[in-house]
Design a protein around this ligand. Structure first.
Ligand SMILES: Nc1ncnc2c1ncn2[C@@H]1O[C@H](COP(=O)(O)OP(=O)(O)OP(=O)(O)O)[C@@H](O)[C@H]1O
Ligand SMILES: CC(=O)N[C@H]1[C@@H]2OC[C@@H](O2)[C@@H](O)[C@@H]1O[C@H](C)C(=O)O
Length: 372
């Protein structure tokens, strides 16, 4: 039996998602166990400092690269221990790393680039197995934006002969993969739709000293301000055509601080309006692809936000909005499982980027392999 662990620490900075996956073949994967390991406040603050041009320092980034690897390695050994496995028996660990910066397009003296940290040499040493990491850079080397990278695994795991499927991840940022029914690999469209929970989380911290809006309860008590919403929907990102990716650089703390300075709303109305902004930016992005029987399958932490789900279904009356759980999968484990699918292709020397999604000029084998 072949087991691997996928590690994902995404843009929302909530922690490390670890999925233990049984690999049956290149196209057949079974989630065996999943655990989220929350970041301590101290680590979260270090990451946040390192993300920002104003507060980052090269020494702290250097140190964080190894400090995060300690935590990634511990996540692997803890998950193995809790499942009566020895991490040495894993065929590999596939680690996404923590994105510190993502410049899908160059400009102003900066070249197109992306930076995920969490040193694979140290993870390999702690887990005593091969580590496959840094999946985005190879795609950028052939002209791609280095994101999104999950469309490959989504095609493998979700393509269907009878129904069009759109996989909508609502993490810190939201990204969609459109898989028409009976699609060939080249028929996939994928792109970031815009913000996910990032703005809502920032507002929750600002007004309510909580990390996020549990189940969308705060949003359900506020009223959407349609003037503010219209202003938000004029953001230039929504005028761009795919392939396109975005990040904290566009919709992070700075963006929220500018909004708070520009508009005056009550705290609950802010949360409701930001939730509708995320839902609407997703709906507007998906509408051109909803033709015939179409399932929109939401995943990521945002799929637990009931108010967001209700808004999405109302904005997309012609689609069936489902969750990963409705299909027997796990919303929270999805991206960590995707890392295993990508890692397994790299392990077998097979490519796994999707040029139609990233804009790359060809398919390439993603990632770097660190042998134990
Ligand atoms: N019960 C819940 N109710 C509402 N929101 C939730 C709930 N659980 C998680 N979330 C939201 O989901 C976020 C985490 O989502 P997820 O782990 O999918 O993001 P990520 O993988 O870090 O981001 P990305 O996919 O952009 O890299 C939290 O920050 C929170 O906003
Ligand atoms: C650079 C980076 O880390 N991008 C993330 C982020 O989080 C969601 C969205 O923005 C997506 O583009 C990507 O992650 C997923 C896993 C992807 O590449 O498919």
């Amino acid at each position: 039996m072949t087991y691997a662990i996928g590690l994902m620490s995404g843009t929302s900075l909530d922690g490390i998602d670890a999925a233990l996956v049984k690999i049956n073949s290149l196209t057949d994967y079974e989630l065996t166990a999943f655990q989220s390991y929350p970041f301590s406040q101290d680590i979260k603050e270090k990451i946040v400092r390192c993300l920002s041009e104003e507060t980052s320092s090269v020494s702290e980034i250097c140190s964080l690269n190894f400090e995060l690897a300690q935590l990634f390695g511990k996540a692997v050994t803890d998950l193995c221990r809790d499942n009566q496995l020895d991490s040495q028996d894993l065929v590999f660990v596939a680690s996404h790393g923590q994105t510190l910066y993502h410049l899908p397009v160059g400009g102003n003296g900066l070249v197109a680039s992306t930076l995920q940290i969490g040193e694979s040499s140290l993870i390999a040493e702690l887990a005593k197995t091969t580590v496959i990491s840094d999946f985005r850079c190879r795609d950028m080397a052939v002209g791609g934006q280095g994101a999104p990278i999950v469309p490959f695994s989504e095609y493998i795991l979700y393509n269907d002969d009878r129904v069009n499927r759109i996989l909508q991840n609502i993490g810190g940022i939201s990204n969609a993969t459109v898989i028409p029914r009976q699609a060939d690999f080249d028929d996939i469209t994928a792109f970031d739709t815009g913000p996910g929970n990032m703005i809502i989380d920032e507002l929750c911290r600002h007004f309510f000293q909580t990390e996020f809006d549990q189940d969308g309860q705060l949003a359900s008590q506020g009223t959407v301000d349609h003037d503010v919403l219209s202003g938000l929907m004029r953001h230039p990102y929504f005028q761009k055509k795919p392939p396109k990716t975005t990040g904290r650089e566009d919709f992070g703390k700075q963006f929220v601080m500018q909004l708070l300075a520009k508009y005056q709303l009550s705290p609950l109305d802010w949360i409701a309006t930001a939730t509708m902004f995320t839902a609407k930016s997703i709906a507007v992005s998906l509408m051109p692809y909803i033709q015939g029987r179409t399932e929109v399958i939401i995943g990521g932490g945002g799929s637990y936000n009931k108010t967001m789900r209700r808004m999405l279904q109302e904005l997309l009356p012609d689609a069936v909005v489902l969750t990963q759980e409705d299909l027997g999968h796990s919303s929270e484990a999805k991206e960590a499982v995707a890392m295993v699918v990508l890692g397994n292709h790299t392990y077998h020397h097979l490519p796994s980027n999707v040029p139609s999604a990233t804009g790359a000029n060809r398919q390439v084998i993603l990632g770097k392999v660190t042998y134990y």
